[in-house]
Design a binder for this molecule. Sequence first.
Ligand code: SF4
Length: 431
Amino acid sequence: MKVAFFTLGCKVNQYETEAMEEMFKKRGYEVVSFEDEADIYIINTCTVTNLGDRKSRQFIRRAKKLNEDSIVAAVGCYSQIAPEEVEQIEGVDVIIGTTDKDRIVDLCEEAREKNKKINVVKNIKYHKEFDKLSIDTIESRTRAYMKIQDGCNQFCSYCIIPYARGPIRSRRLEDILVEAEKLAKASFKEIVLTGIHVASYGKDLKNVDLLDIIEEVSRIEGIERIRLSSIEPTFIDERFMEKVTDNKKFCDHFHLSLQSGSNGVLQRMNRKYTTEEYRNIVHMIRRYMPEAGITTDIIVGFPGETEEEFQETCNFVKDIGFSRIHVFKYSPRKGTPASKLENQVHGSIKNERSDRLIRIGNQVANRFMEGFIGKKMEVLFEEEKEGYFEGYTTNYLRVKAKTDEDVHGKILPVKIVTKEDDILIGQMQDF
Ligand code: SF4
């Protein structure tokens, strides 16, 4: 029997797809690519924007067209937010929300045996249990994402995720260590701790927090690097910085979502910090880790955003000197408080502001990268392309270097000699 997956959305969704793939393989299924003919199609949906919903529907319909006798399962965030809507989509057989993904094989087989539609989406508002998904083996990669946390209690006014993923839930330390051991045995050098709101790790458990996970995982032999996929700015304090600075395996890269550089907009977004507090946190990080890479997400065109407020964001980005920024145009998301706000910004203004901020973002990113020309940096090489090996530094800069050796999966020193677009060119050092 053949099964095919299509995954939309974030790293957590990708992790969960890998875990579901493994469950099917253990039951004797062959995993084939989505465009191939399969007996079962799984669409791991996303609902972070209206576009996410639309794309999810497209791939659900496409699956049935690829094989009308197949079982099609729509799982994840879109199914959780709009189960009735998903159930109406022609060709869908199994509807699973953001819990019960560990029952995917049984539910698909039940739908086939009983030839009936199965919808197991339930209210997630009070869901307390971290799901039982885990990964034993991941094919030939150097960096592994590991899901340690789910849910979010922040309720930023533009965000649907707390309604889709439910309240915060943390994975047990023992389970995390078992999986990290397996990844180390599978020769992974770098683990990226990921979740919906990683900073909330442990808040629902007793006597364990994110620092404990970083410490414990860094004790595992074979794991050379620990990276955080993203972290809430307000979570970072002196104690955290002292601890991670002493930890030689902790990567000096912080993805600190800013969302806006204007206090007025941050307030309307229900974000939990001001620009002054954010700036102080960045300064604190740089006091401990002067070469840290700080990346961020920014939304332009949030309801009511004036030209002055947008200008504040542009100036703030220049001031902070991010190593990379990701710019998103605000899109009203049904069911969120912000979608009901007056003064929605016109699409043409959003486009224009997005272009302007992306240009500024590239300028600050280039300046940050150029600061490393002439320096020696350690790179974890991941792939070979046109005679070069490419990989990332600890502060998340992409580097390529020429070598005849197969250095896939190795962490090696290179001297940065120049820059080409968004990649640094390195020279291999003797090793
Ligand atoms: S922190 Fe805010 S933006 Fe992030 S998932 Fe939670 S509600 Fe959404």
